[in-house]
Design a protein around this ligand. Structure first.
Ligand code: FAD
Length: 434
């Protein structure tokens, strides 16, 4: 019996899922699939990875929901192309439906899979699902992608006023079109060489009460003032449309953060060179010091600047760091220690449970001054002043750096005034070369 395949990736949910909706509507029985991508997993050195554990947990949930409806999820561990080559021997596949991914690796992977499917007479269809707007939906008056957030966000907000864009896809209406099958066998974390940490992940919802206080509370790392939904948005365990509707009714500031998220996806999509290079190419001329002992002290939270150290220790221990502190530690890494932003970016990529290439790259290039909305390079965060302003009672610092103010705490790794002057001169020199 010919079937269609719904390939889940960053969309581990059945509710309000664009590709699943179109797959079900197309008429053939639909069999959902998730692939633990060997090419990605093999690159993770730490086999106790929170993201892998999170994915596994939600894959199990999908499996359970599908089995309750008499269907099942195919779960494989391998290289996507090879998995599809195998599946094409087991099933008569008519079409594969999936949601679009904006990263260069993913685009290449999808092109390869689509080319293979064509050889067996199957179609490949992808849809916008993880963003509110993508590709060429929000362009400047001259038809070009925006490179500055302000005008992008005005255009984006204007479009969002049309409720059409926030409508959920009513997948539930067509669940009877899922392929009926016995439960299919699943790989386990151990089969893939991973171990669970028994992590308690944040819930996939946010209360209206938190969103109503968001603008007031979001900058204070000692408070629980942000949604901690990053990991759910990253793996699509909540719907961006549901969340944006809730934000429209409760918090324009929160909605604006979802706009930043879309913005960085569209930057990555239109300017893929940012994955390796400065968005503003001339910033690639800057020569960083990259001293191994500085990198080590920054990573371990031992710089002697308490807000920086608190942030890095929060990251190392929990896989999450507050946004205000992300800005401070990134700036410190690049501008105080003269460490290449790509080194800091890679460390965040390894540790952050909500790691997302587009937003992480955007955040790091912003801090480096080389990105779209970059802070001018001569603006250097003062980590002590930031701590006084955003952690005035020192609660956040004491939570993560208990030995602060004792003899065990290191002296500052560098003097702020000296570092400030040094980085300004270095940037000036580097940028002169253009
Ligand atoms: P909330 O404040 O509750 O915001 C809700 C959601 O909006 C977030 O989950 C996120 O999806 C989105 N969002 C908020 N701020 C931004 C932003 N500035 N840019 C893009 N999207 C945003 N965000 C990531 O999702 N993944 C990353 O890897 C990442 N790396 C970052 C690196 C640096 C150096 C900086 C300065 C920021 C980074 N951010 C990243 C953005 C932001 O810090 C996080 O999204 C936020 O702290 C996550 O916590 P939350 O879910 O409680 O966010």
């Amino acid at each position: 019996m010919p079937i269609a395949i719904m390939w889940h990736r960053r969309d581990l949910r059945l509710h309000d899922n664009a590709a699943l909706y179109y797959a079900l509507k197309a008429g053939r029985p639909v069999l959902p699939l998730f692939i633990f991508d060997k090419d990605i997993l093999d690159h993770l050195d730490d086999k106790r990875d929170r993201r892998v554990e999170f994915i596994y947990k939600y894959v199990l949930k999908l499996q359970d929901e599908l089995q309750q409806m008499g269907s099942s999820l195919i779960v494989r561990y391998g290289r996507p192309l090879e998995v599809f080559q195998d599946l094409a021997k087991e099933y008569e596949i008519t079409n594969v439906f999936t949601n679009y991914d904006y990263e260069t690796y993913a685009k290449g992977r999808d092109a390869e899979v689509a080319a293979f499917l064509k050889t067996v007479g199957a179609g490949f269809h992808s849809y916008k699902d993880q963003t509110l707007f993508d590709r060429d939906e929000v362009l400047s008056g001259s038809g070009k992608p925006y490179t500055v957030f302000g005008p992008y966000s005005r255009n984006w907000l204007g479009k969002l006023a049309d409720p059409f864009y926030l409508k959920s896809y009513p997948t539930e209406k067509y669940f009877d079109r899922l392929e009926k099958t016995q439960p299919l066998p699943m790989v386990t974390l151990t089969d893939m060489g991973f171990e669970g940490l028994g992590e308690n992940f944040p819930k996939p919802t946010v209360d209206d009460a938190l969103l109503k206080q968001y603008q007031k509370m979001r900058d204070y790392p000692a408070e629980r003032g942000t949604s901690e939904l990053g990991i759910h948005l990253r793996f699509g365990t909540i719907s961006i449309r549901d969340l944006a509707r809730q934000a429209q009714e409760t918090s324009p500031t929160f909605l604006s953060e979802l706009c930043w998220r879309d913005f960085y996806f569209q930057v990555l999509d239109h300017f893929p060179h940012v994955e390796q290079h400065a968005f503003r190419r001339e910033y690639d001329n800057i020569k960083f010091l990259n001293r191994p002992e500085d990198i080590e002290r920054w990573e371990q939270g031992m710089t002697g600047y308490p807000l920086v150290d608190a942030g890095m220790r929060q990251l190392n221990e929990t896989g999450w760091m507050h946004n205000r502190v992300r800005m401070v530690v990134a700036s410190f890494c690049i501008k105080h220690l003269l460490i290449d932003w790509r080194i800091g970016e890679a460390y965040f990529a390894k540790k952050l449970r909500d790691y997302d290439l587009a937003a992480n790259n955007g955040g790091w290039q912003w801090a480096a001054g080389s990105g779209t909305d970059a802070a001018p390079y001569f603006r250097v965060f003062n980590p002590t002043a930031q701590a006084e302003k955003f952690d005035p009672k020192g609660e956040y610092i004491r939570r993560w750096v208990p030995e602060y103010n004792s003899l065990d705490y290191p002296a500052p790794i560098i003097d702020h005034a000296f570092a400030r002057q040094r980085v300004v001169e270095m940037y000036k020199e580097g940028l002169k070369k253009e």
